[in-house]
Design a protein around this ligand. Structure first.
Ligand SMILES: [Zn+2]
Length: 68
């Protein structure tokens, strides 16, 4: 892998992240949990347990995510 390829790739990645942030802001959704407010942890022997999103404290809104 050469350096220019890596630069292009990281630029593309940053751009994608930025686009996702803008979209999340417009929809007032937390970009970490996509507005759900929780994550479902798979693979737990008790079954899939929802865990509060650490980014928005479980509210699922962009405003709360931004405050963190
Ligand atoms: Zn969240």
């Amino acid at each position: 892998m050469n350096l220019s390829f890596w630069k292009t790739f990281s630029h593309w990645r940053d751009k994608k992240r930025e686009e996702r942030l803008i979209l999340s802001k417009q929809e007032n959704k937390c970009p970490q949990c996509r507005g759900r407010g929780f994550f479902v942890m798979p693979g737990d022997y008790l079954g899939a347990l929802p865990v509060d999103c650490t980014g928005c404290n479980g509210s699922g809104t962009f405003l709360d995510w931004e405050k963190q």
